[in-house]
Design a protein around this ligand. Structure first.
Ligand SMILES: C[S@@+](CC[C@H](N)C(=O)[O-])C[C@H]1O[C@@H](n2cnc3c(N)ncnc32)[C@H](O)[C@@H]1O
Length: 498
C-alpha cells in the first residue's frame, strides 16, 4: 500500500468546478432549509476552506471571484497541491493558500496553519477515505468551523449505490491483480467486468450503472474511474450515518445542496409524499426520499449551530437576492425532468421573469412585482429554487460591479493552461467578481472569452493559432467560437465577465 492509506495517489484527479461548493448557493440552501445564513454579510471578507481540494479548481475560481476572501485548500497529494499552487501563482492570486496535509493527521491544535473558516466544503472525499481520515475531518471541523459556519459535503449515498457494491469490489480486486498503476488497473479490470457481464453475471446489471455498465464506464475518463473505484475504503453511506458522524463537531443537517431536492413535490410522487408526511423527523423524511430517488451522490449542507427562521423570515431574505440568467432567454427551458415526473415552469408566470432577467439582473422582489406576471406572487422560495435548481440562473453577489482584473487574469491564465493541455478541465468555470462565484463553462467557452477580451482584428482561427492551438483544432475552434459568441456572450456580459 502506498502512503495514501488505501486512497489512489499515483494518478492525479480531474480538475472541476462544482457550483454546490459556492457559498452563494449554500446560502440559498440554508434559507430553503429555514436556517439563517450569514453568508451574504460575509461577501467582502470570508474564510473559505476546502478539504480534499484535488487540483484546486473550485478553490481557485472562488478566490479569483472574491479578492477579499481568504481561500484555503487542503489535499495530501503533492501533485495536486503543486498544480494548484502553480495556477494560483501564474494568475497572480494572493488570497489562496494550498496546504499539503493528510486529513488523518490533523489534530485540534489551535496553532495549526489551517485558519478558522466561515464555510468548509468537501466534494468527493467522505465516502472514499478510510475511517481515520473521516475522524481527522471531524476533528478539523470541530476546531476550525466557526459558530454559525456552513459545511458542504458530498458523498456516495445509500440506497442509491446499493447495487454498485459488487462492481466496485470486482474492479478494485481484479484491477490490483492485473496492473500496477491505478488508471491501468481500472481499464484492465473493465475487461474482466465485460467478460463476466457477457457471461451473464447477475450482479453486474443493476442500478446505478444500468444494464450495460461496461459501455457506461468505458466512456468515463480513466482519472475519474481510478479515483472512484480503486480506493480500498470506498463506502457509500446513508444520510443519517453522515449526520451521526458529524454530530461530535456540533454540525446539524439543514438542507440539500442540490436545490431542487428541497422541494418534496419535485422529488416524490403524491403516494410517496403521503408516506413522507407521516414523519416530521427530517432524517426519516430524507431516508424516504433516498428510498424513492435513484441518484447515488448526495450533496448536503450542515451548519454549526443553525438558527431557525420562519417561512416569512426566509422569504424576506430570498427577496433580497439578486439573480442573473445563465442561459439566453431563447434557450430557457420551461420543463425540467425531475424524479416525480416533470416540473413545469408556467409560462404565464415565468416568461416575464425570464424576459426581465434577459435584460439585466434583478432582485427577487422586483421579479415578483413585475406588472405582466400572472400567478401567485408570494412564492419567493419556488422562484429561487426553480431558477437556481435548474441551473438557469445564479445569485449575483455584487450587482452592477464592473469586471475586475483579478478574475479576468485568472480566466486568461486558465484558458491558456487549457490550450497547453495543462489542465484537462472538463467541468471548468469562469471566475466572476460580480457573481462572487464561477460561471460553469466548457473549455471552448473559456478560450472564446479569452479571445473576446484580447480584442484585436484577428479571425478566431488566426487568434487560435497565434495563441498556440494546433492548426486543425483552430479550424474547429472557429465554428465553435462563432456559435459561442452568439449564444453565450450575452450571458457573460450579464455575469460581469466582459
Ligand atoms: C475524488 S477527489 C475530489 C477532489 C476535488 N474535491 C474535486 O471534487 O475535484 C478526492 C480528493 O481527496 C484527496 N484525499 C484523499 N485522502 C486524503 C487525505 N487523507 N488527506 C487529504 N486529502 C485526501 C485526494 O488526493 C483527492 O484529491
Amino acid at each position: 500500500m502506498s502512503w495514501g492509506s488505501g486512497y489512489v495517489t499515483d494518478v492525479a484527479y480531474l480538475p472541476g468546478y462544482y457550483r454546490q461548493q459556492s457559498p452563494a448557493d449554500l446560502a440559498v440552501a440554508c434559507l430553503l432549509g429555514n436556517v439563517r445564513s450569514d453568508i451574504p454579510a460575509l461577501y467582502e471578507a470570508m474564510s473559505y476552506l476546502e478539504l480534499g481540494c484535488g487540483r484546486g479548481l473550485s478553490a481557485l475560481v472562488l478566490a479569483a471571484s472574491n479578492p477579499g476572501w481568504h481561500v484555503t485548500g487542503i489535499d495530501f497529494n503533492p501533485a495536486h497541491i503543486a498544480e494548484a499552487r502553480q495556477l494560483a501563482a501564474s494568475a497572480g492570486l494572493s488570497n489562496v493558500t494550498f496546504h499539503e496535509v493528510d486529513l488523518a493527521s490533523l489534530t485540534s491544535d489551535a496553532a495549526s496553519p489551517i485558519p478558522q473558516a466561515d464555510v468548509v466544503s468537501m466534494h468527493g472525499v467522505w465516502s472514499w477515505v478510510a475511517p481515520p481520515v473521516q475522524d481527522g475531518i471531524v476533528r478539523l471541523l470541530a476546531a476550525k468551523l466557526r459558530a454559525g459556519g456552513v459545511l458542504h459535503i458530498s458523498y456516495n449515498s445509500l440506497p442509491g449505490w446499493q447495487a454498485g457494491f459488487g462492481i466496485q469490489r470486482l474492479l478494485h480486486e481484479a484491477g490490483s491483480r492485473l496492473a500496477f498503476r491505478s488508471d491501468r488497473q481500472v481499464s484492465a479490470a473493465l475487461d474482466v467486468v465485460k467478460q463476466l457481464h457477457e457471461a451473464g453475471a447477475r450482479h453486474l446489471t443493476a442500478a446505478p450503472l444500468g444494464d450495460d455498465p461496461v459501455a457506461r464506464l468505458t466512456k468515463m475518463p480513466s482519472e475519474y474511474l481510478a479515483h472512484e473505484y480503486m480506493n480500498a475504503f470506498w463506502r457509500p453511506v446513508f444520510h443519517a450515518d453522515v449526520v451521526a458522524a458529524l454530530r461530535p463537531a456540533k454540525l446539524e443537517w439543514v438542507a440539500a445542496a442540490d436545490l431542487l431536492e428541497n422541494f418534496p413535490a419535485l422529488m416524490l410522487t403524491e403516494a410517496q409524499r403521503a408516506v413522507q408526511e407521516r414523519f416530521d423527523d427530517p432524517l426519516m423524511r430524507e431516508l424516504i426520499k433516498d428510498m424513492c430517488h435513484p441518484r447515488s451522490l448526495r450533496h448536503d449542507v450542515f451548519v454549526r449551530g443553525p438558527r431557525r427562521i420562519t417561512n416569512a423570515e426566509r422569504d424576506v431574505a430570498l427577496r433580497e437576492l439578486t439573480l442573473a440568467l445563465t442561459v439566453r432567454p431563447d434557450d430557457f427551458v420551461y420543463e425540467a425532468a425531475v424524479p416525480a415526473g416533470k416540473a413545469t415552469l408556467g409560462r404565464a408566470f415565468y416568461e416575464p421573469v425570464v424576459a426581465a432577467l434577459g435584460r439585466e439582473a434583478h432582485l427577487v422582489s422586483e421579479l415578483l412585482a413585475l406588472p405582466d406576471l400572472h400567478g401567485q406572487r408570494d412564492i419567493a422560495a419556488e422562484l429561487v429554487g426553480m431558477l437556481l435548481g435548474t441551473g438557469q440562473a445564479v445569485v449575483v453577489a455584487r450587482p452592477g460591479a464592473a469586471p475586475e482584473r483579478t478574475a479576468q487574469r485568472f480566466n486568461h491564465t486558465l484558458a491558456r493552461s487549457l490550450l497547453r493541455g495543462g489542465s484537462n478541465a472538463g467541468g471548468a468555470a469562469m471566475a466572476s467578481f460580480r457573481l462572487g462565484a464561477g460561471l460553469a463553462a466548457i473549455p471552448a467557452e473559456l478560450l472564446t472569452l479569452d479571445m473576446l477580451m484580447e480584442g484585436g482584428e484577428a479571425s478566431p482561427e488566426a487568434w487560435a493559432v497565434q495563441a498556440g492551438m494546433a492548426t486543425d483544432t483552430a479550424v474547429q475552434f472557429r465554428s465553435a467560437s462563432e456559435t459561442l459568441l452568439e449564444r453565450r456572450s450575452p450571458v457573460w456580459r450579464l455575469a460581469g465577465l466582459c
